[in-house]
Ligand binder design. Structure first.
Ligand SMILES: C[S@@+](CC[C@H](N)C(=O)[O-])C[C@H]1O[C@@H](n2cnc3c(N)ncnc32)[C@H](O)[C@@H]1O
Length: 385
C-alpha cells in the first residue's frame, strides 16, 4: 500500500454530529467531497487518516477506501474482495474483524456477505503466505468495513478500529454519562473556545468538563488512546506516527487556560469519578470541581457560558420531582446567571418547558436512540439576585 496515495476517506459520526464533524475536517484543512446520513467524505492519504484519528473530536471511525466496485452477487463480492492485495496490508499474525452494512436486493441480511468478505481476505492471505489470520468481532486489531448498496460495493480499511468516542479516559463511569463524541459536539455547538468562563453544574462523571478542557487547550482528542486500527496494518510506521503527533502537538496552547472551568454535582461519588477521569485525561488541574446543589454553583461575574445536563429519565414517580428540578433550573438561570449564555441539554421536551425561559435556538442531538435538544437561552444582563 502506498501510504501517500490520496483516496476517498469516509468519516462516520453519531446522528446529529455531522455539521460539527464537517467543521472539524474543514478546520484541519480537509475538503468535503460528499456526505451521507451519519458520515462525511473527504480525500487524503493513509497518513492523513493517522492525523484525523488523532485530532477529530466528533468522529466515530476514519475509513480509508481500498476498492469500489460493481457487485451483483455474493460470488462477485468474494471475487472482487479477493483481488485486493491483502497480504501486503494484513500480517497473518494479526486478528481480523469485518463489519458490513448491506442494503441490496441480492441478500436480505449482512451476515452472509460479512462471512464472504472475511473468507475472501483470509483465503487470499493463506494462499500467498501459507497462514491465515484469526477473525472475529474483536475490533482491537485490523478492522475492515464493507458497504454494499444496490449494485455497488465499497471496501474500507477502518483506521480507527475501536470507535474514537472511546477516548480511554473514562475509567470511572457514573450514571447516564454522555458519550465523549456527543459531549464534544455539545460544547462545539455552544461556541466555547476557552476565552470565556464555563460553568457546568450537574457535571456527573465530567465528560462535558473534560471535553471542554481539551477544546480550550486545543489538545487532540486522541491523546489518551494508545490503540488504533492503523497500528495493526503492515505499512504502519512508528516514526511517521510520532512525526504526525509532534506536528499536531505544536498547536496545543502552551499558556494554560485564560478563563475558568467550574464543574459541580450534588453527588460526591460523581465528582470523585469526574476528578479521576479528568486526571486520566491530563486536565484535572484545569477544572475546578465542587460538590454542591446546582443552585449553589459559583458563577463568575461577566459573560460566560453555562451548560446543564439534568436527568430526564422517566421512571414512574420521578416526573413530579424532575418537574420541580427543571423549574429550579429556570430560577437559577434567571437569577444567578444574567450576562451568560445558558444551555440546557435534555431528552424531554415537556420537562424543558418547565424551565420557563424562551429558547433562542434549539439544536437536535441524539443520545443513543433518544432525540435530545440543546436549548440556548440568552440570559440578559440585569441585576443578579
Ligand atoms: C444526566 S447526569 C449528567 C451526566 C454528565 N453530563 C456526564 O456525562 O457524566 C445528571 C447529573 O445531575 C446530578 N444532579 C441531580 N440533581 C442535582 C442537583 N440538585 N444539584 C446538582 N447536581 C444534581 C446527578 O448527580 C447527575 O450526576
Amino acid at each position: 500500500m502506498n501510504v501517500k496515495e490520496r483516496r476517498n476517506i469516509l468519516v462516520t459520526c453519531g446522528p446529529g454530529l455531522k455539521d460539527y464533524l464537517q467543521a472539524e475536517l474543514e478546520g484541519l484543512g480537509f475538503k468535503i467531497v460528499g456526505s451521507h446520513p451519519g458520515s462525511v467524505v473527504t480525500r487524503g492519504s493513509f497518513l492523513d487518516c493517522l492525523k484525523l484519528n488523532f485530532c477529530l473530536r466528533t468522529a466515530y471511525n476514519v475509513l480509508y477506501l481500498l476498492r469500489e466496485f460493481r457487485c451483483g452477487s455474493t460470488e462477485a463480492l468474494y471475487k472482487q474482495i479477493g483481488t485486493v492485495p491483502w497480504e501486503n496490508i494484513i500480517d497473518p499474525k494479526e486478528h481480523l474483524c469485518v463489519l458490513s452494512r448491506v442494503d441490496t436486493w441480492t441478500v436480505n441480511n449482512s451476515m452472509y456477505p460479512n462471512l464472504k468478505v472475511k473468507d475472501a481476505i483470509v483465503d487470499r492471505i493463506n494462499k500467498k503466505k501459507g497462514r491465515r489470520p484469526d477473525s472475529g468481532p474483536d475490533r482491537n486489531s485490523v478492522v475492515v468495513n464493507l458497504f454494499w448498496k444496490n449494485d455497488r460495493a465499497w471496501i474500507y480499511l477502518n483506521t480507527s478500529g475501536v470507535k474514537l468516542s472511546d477516548r480511554n479516559y473514562r475509567k470511572m463511569p457514573h450514571k447516564a454519562p454522555l458519550r465523549e463524541t456527543l459531549a464534544a459536539g455539545i460544547i462545539m455547538a455552544t461556541g466555547y473556545d476557552g476565552s470565556q468562563d464555563l460553568v457546568l453544574p450537574m457535571c456527573g462523571s465530567g465528560t462535558l468538563a473534560i471535553e471542554s478542557a481539551l477544546i480550550a487547550m486545543n489538545r487532540p482528542a486522541g491523546s489518551m488512546r494508545s490503540n488504533f486500527g492503523f497500528k495493526h496494518v503492515k505499512d504502519f510506521d512508528r516514526r511517521m506516527w510520532e512525526e504526525i503527533r509532534n506536528e499536531v502537538r505544536e498547536t496545543i496552547r502552551k499558556d494554560g487556560l485564560q478563563r475558568r472551568i467550574i464543574a459541580t454535582d450534588i453527588d460526591e461519588q460523581a465528582i470523585e469519578a469526574a476528578r479521576q477521569n479528568a486526571r486520566t485525561a491530563g486536565v484535572e488541574h484545569l477544572i475546578e470541581f465542587d460538590v454542591c446543589d446546582f443552585a449553589e454553583t459559583e458563577v463568575p461575574d461577566g459573560r460566560g457560558i453555562i451548560v446543564m445536563n439534568p436527568e430526564y429519565g422517566l421512571r414512574l414517580g420521578e416526573l413530579e420531582q424532575l418537574e420541580n428540578e427543571y423549574e429550579r433550573i429556570g430560577d437559577f438561570l434567571k437569577q444567578k446567571c444574567s450576562g451568560y449564555t445558558g444551555y440546557l441539554f435534555t431528552g424531554n421536551k415537556e420537562l424543558a418547558g418547565k424551565v420557563g425561559l424562551k429558547a433562542s435556538r434549539r439544536m437536535i442531538f441524539y443520545n443513543g436512540k433518544i432525540e435530545c435538544r440543546l436549548l440556548k437561552y440568552e440570559l440578559y444582563k440585569g441585576s443578579r439576585h
